[in-house]
Design a protein around this ligand. Structure first.
Ligand code: DX5
Ligand code: ZN
Length: 212
């Protein structure tokens, strides 16, 4: 399967989101990655439900919403009604991540699980059978523009192995420090998120470089 590219609008011009989303679509992006942060689970605040709803009105691409918030179960229904196509939660953020994933599916979205770099893969193994997407973080969640953590690539390879062994169907997505300099480590990933690399360069060229 050709790689899917999901530009992270965290690095886009927030005063101009409609044009940014249209520009990445025209440049060949496949999904729009939306980083939701609550100032508790991560030390940064970004955007919430009304912005997802506004993006939905102007985006021809699926919205891939990455929740970095405590107790995501409080907001799953609202994020999906606002237009999230994929909704990903952090395993560390809820006491019952399995219930969250089932709830996401119940409201008609694709369910994603993710984990902090320090969290071992064993923490999500029992959830893989429920997931449509597994997101491997290659930076500490919270900010764009950080350096790629190469030691996380093992998780991608292990997920490929588990997926085959246990006949799962989830997509493997990678988020953090993805660029033309790091993409060579990501041959086993299905979806690449990139913020700074795409929005600080020519969008079309950057997306093409990641798809190569
Ligand atoms: C970090 C976010 C990422 C971030 C990636 O918490 O989840 O999606 O925007 O930004 P870059 O590609 O600049 O590392
Ligand atoms: Zn993200």
């Amino acid at each position: 399967m050709a790689k899917l590219i999901a530009p992270s609008i965290l690095s886009a011009d927030f005063a101009n989101l409609e044009n940014e989303v249209k520009a990445i679509a025209a440049a060949g992006a496949d999904w729009v990655h939306v980083d939701v942060m609550d100032g508790h689970f991560v030390p940064n605040l970004t955007i919430g439900i009304p912005v997802v709803a506004a993006l939905k009105k102007v985006s021809t691409l699926p919205l891939d919403v990455h929740l970095m918030i405590e107790k995501p179960e409080r907001y799953i229904e609202q994020f999906i009604k606002a237009g999230s196509d994929y909704l990903t939660i952090h395993v560390e953020s809820s006491n019952d991540p399995a219930a969250c994933l089932y709830e996401i599916k119940k409201w008609g979205a694709k369910a994603g699980i993710t984990l902090r770099p320090k969290t071992p893969l064993s923490e999500i193994e029992s959830l893989l059978k429920i997931c449509d997407l597994v997101l491997v973080m290659t930076v500490e969640p919270g900010f764009g523009g950080q350096a790629f953590m190469k030691d996380q690539v093992d998780k991608i390879d292990k997920l490929v192995e588990l997926r085959k062994l246990q006949s799962h169907k989830f997509l493997i997505e990678v988020d953090g420090g993805v660029s033309d300099q790091t993409v060579s480590f990501l041959g086993n990933a299905d979806v690449l998120v990139a913020g700074n690399y795409i929005f600080r360069n020519n969008y079309k060229t950057a997306i093409q470089n990641l798809k190569k």
